[in-house]
Design a protein around this ligand. Sequence first.
Ligand SMILES: C[S@@+](CC[C@H](N)C(=O)[O-])C[C@H]1O[C@@H](n2cnc3c(N)ncnc32)[C@H](O)[C@@H]1O
Length: 289
Amino acid sequence: MTPQEYNYLRDFLRSQSGLDLADDKRYLVEARLGPIARRAGIADLSALISALKLGGDVKLRTAVVEAMTTNESSFFRDRTPFDHYRNVIVPHFLEDRAMKREVKVWCAAASTGQEPYSLSIASREDGRLNGWRLNILATDLDETVIDRGKAGVYSQFEVQRGMPIQLLVKYFAQQGDMWELDTAIRNMVRWQKFNLLSSFAGLGRFDIIFCRNVLIYFDRQTKSEVLSRLADALEPDGYLVLGAAETVVGLSDRFEAQPNCRGLYRPLSRSAAGAQPAPPGLRTIGRVA
Ligand SMILES: C[S@@+](CC[C@H](N)C(=O)[O-])C[C@H]1O[C@@H](n2cnc3c(N)ncnc32)[C@H](O)[C@@H]1O
């Protein structure tokens, strides 16, 4: 792979998924795209990049983008966001949605489902929203992880990472080496393929958005643009939950951090944020020529 080919691949990935591939990730590209080339009967990475340049093979383009995403997840990951959910977010909506009895949640990069299902289980266990309409939308760019999420079947290793034993036996059934999630918990989550670089217009508004451990892969501009659209997709009294290594600081003035609640933000009104309306040319998903 020549430096020009590597640069083409970087531009391609940035335009398709937002991934900001650093200069020193050639080993990662080779490890992840080598098998894609072999499976497609393509001789090497140079030939794979030439095929991408031709642009016609949607399956190949998708396989390349999906192979380069990191799908790492775990149940109740980092714990704190789920404490915020129980101690701050649910109490707020118990009061503020008492008439409507409906809460809309979006897990915006849900990978294989551990995050939305942790929320469903946390809600069930908490019990205060029982009898309410709790709509959880789980989206991801990668159809392979969505299929796994929909199936709700996890390995011993995956459930051991974060699922407390008493919840494991309560909400999962063992099938050989695997653990299958209870249908009622699975049915609380609706799945949709969705790219965060595309327009959010069709998704509606949410009370709570979990967007964790995906912005870290984007460049500054993409982070800012996605955060701005997340602000628009939140109800004015909604909550945004980011990952442990993510922040809005220096990227968006559309949110205020919640005191003593790391990773938890609320939207500011446009006038309070001093924000201009979104520019007409706001960058959304595009193709590399
Ligand atoms: C590291 S996982 C995070 C999963 C979960 N949110 C968590 O924190 O455990 C990142 C996920 O973001 C998805 N992703 C990457 N780029 C995306 C994009 N542009 N739009 C939507 N999802 C994307 C990947 O497919 C991957 O499943």
